[in-house]
Design a protein around this ligand. Sequence first.
Ligand code: ADP
Ligand code: MG
Length: 158
Amino acid sequence: MLELTVTSPEMTMALGKQLAPGLQAPDVILLDGDLGAGKTTFTKGLAAGLGIKRNVKSPTFTIIREYQGGRLPLYHMDVYRLEDGSGDELGLEEYFNGDGVNVVEWSQFIADELPEHYLRIVFKRDDDAGETQRTLTFEPHGDHFERLVEHLEATHHE
Ligand code: ADP
Ligand code: MG
């Protein structure tokens, strides 16, 4: 587990960008935390780090947005509005065994459909410390993600 504190949206994006080079298909990254905590902001940085030029927008009303043109495809999901058990219809399992990087906001709504290995990142607003401070907790599940988080820990200040 790794806890990092950031004080601006740019710092949150930078962390996403730094994580990207170590990602491989079909990695699953879960982003949890309240509305406005910074999950989509982090995804923007991650997309940039994959070399995706298109601006990443919140997939709230579409559930999933696909971004091609980077080192790997990015599948960005917001499952907040997913009905219980309808992950099947969305084809979650295919995405989680697919050709790209999967980023899932609000993963608590698909708690029963998670793969064995994934990286969870929990976003918390530190309201006492001001409007723009956030703490990100990285919880790796599986060797690959443990290595990724170790690498991030060693390099994030650069
Ligand atoms: P979420 O996807 O978790 O609902 P967003 O990333 O869409 O959150 O929105 C986060 C909002 O908070 C943005 O308006 C962003 O500019 C602002 N913000 C302020 N400080 C930070 C920070 N340190 N990290 C991320 N976003 C921040
Ligand atoms: Mg969002």
